[in-house]
Design a protein around this ligand. Structure first.
Ligand code: NAP
Length: 245
């Protein structure tokens, strides 16, 4: 951070585990006051325990009332954040022919509509500060496509379009909006893959290994830094060479 006297608040959704937790820890090390979100009180306590000064709070990104309640709480207890990392995401895989409306809707609500819910109330504090950073976590499959994931891939492609449009809206006010598109990262999400799927995917990764949550956190850390102030509307691939677009 440029000015040590200013405490900047950073909100990271889905910070209980995996990529979100790594981002929370990393941004805390960089000097931000981190507020990480969990869907349960137990998860929120785990986040608080994993951080030094930062805190865990509850939030369901697919629920309007939950987002409103969190914004009210942040205003009352802390400050509205000028860094937002939209990391929370889910998969509900199925072939389109078998996909239930609920499987489609839950992925779109959690992965995409959440960006509308969270970015909108935080625009004012960022524009007022004439400084802000939004980082949306996409996925390599947003560009590559993936059978069995029409809902998830549509959500990640939407995130990238959202990122470019919002970047154009706020770029001249010191607010950058970028996306990070992870490849094949070791987390609970990829634990669901069987050995065959894992081997097949790994054979296509130039780096010859799965990525770590810290690989993604390092990129997010850069995007929220002063050094990245001239990068906006970008989607940064962090995929070990799995897909080069
Ligand atoms: P993960 O281990 O499955 O963790 C998901 C996080 O999202 C958890 O903190 C979870 O909170 C939270 N979450 C789920 N539903 C939520 C909801 N309705 N409201 C609020 N929070 C919710 O996931 P991950 O692998 O770290 O992935 C993080 C992001 O990276 C996702 O957007 C994912 O699509 C993207 N990504 C991951 C990979 C990969 O290989 N892992 C690759 C590309 C992109 P609880 O613990 O409280 O449920």
């Amino acid at each position: 951070m440029a000015d040590d006297a200013v405490t900047r608040y950073a909100l990271i959704t889905g910070a209980t585990r995996g990529i979100g937790n790594a981002i929370a820890k990393r941004l805390e090390k960089s000097g931000f006051f981190v507020i990480g979100t969990a869907t349960s009180e137990e998860g929120a306590s785990r986040i608080s325990d994993s951080l030094t000064s930062g805190v865990g709070v509850t939030l369901r990104v697919d629920d309007d009332d939950s987002v409103t309640a969190l914004m009210d709480r942040l205003k009352a207890e802390y400050e509205l954040p000028v860094v937002l990392v939209n990391n929370a995401g889910v998969t509900r895989d199925n072939l389109l022919m078998r996909m239930k409306a609920e499987e489609w809707n839950s992925v779109i609500e959690t992965n995409v509509t959440s960006l509308y819910r969270l970015c909108k109330p935080l625009m004012r504090p960022m524009l007022k500060a004439r400084w802000g950073r939004i980082v949306n976590i996409s996925s390599v499959v947003g560009r590559m496509g993936n059978p069995g994931q029409t809902n998830y891939v549509a959500s990640k492609a939407a995130i990238e379009g959202f990122t470019r449009s919002l970047a154009l809206e706020v770029g001249n006010r010191g607010v950058t909006v970028n996306a990070v598109a992870p490849g094949f990262i070791e987390t609970d999400m990829t634990d669901e893959l069987n050995d065959d799927q894992r081997e097949q995917m790994l054979s296509r990764v130039a780096a010859g290994r799965m990525g770590t949550a810290e690989d993604i956190a390092a990129t997010v850390d850069f995007l929220v830094s002063e050094g990245a102030s001239y990068i906006t509307g970008a989607t940064i691939p962090v995929n070990g060479g799995l897909y080069m677009s």
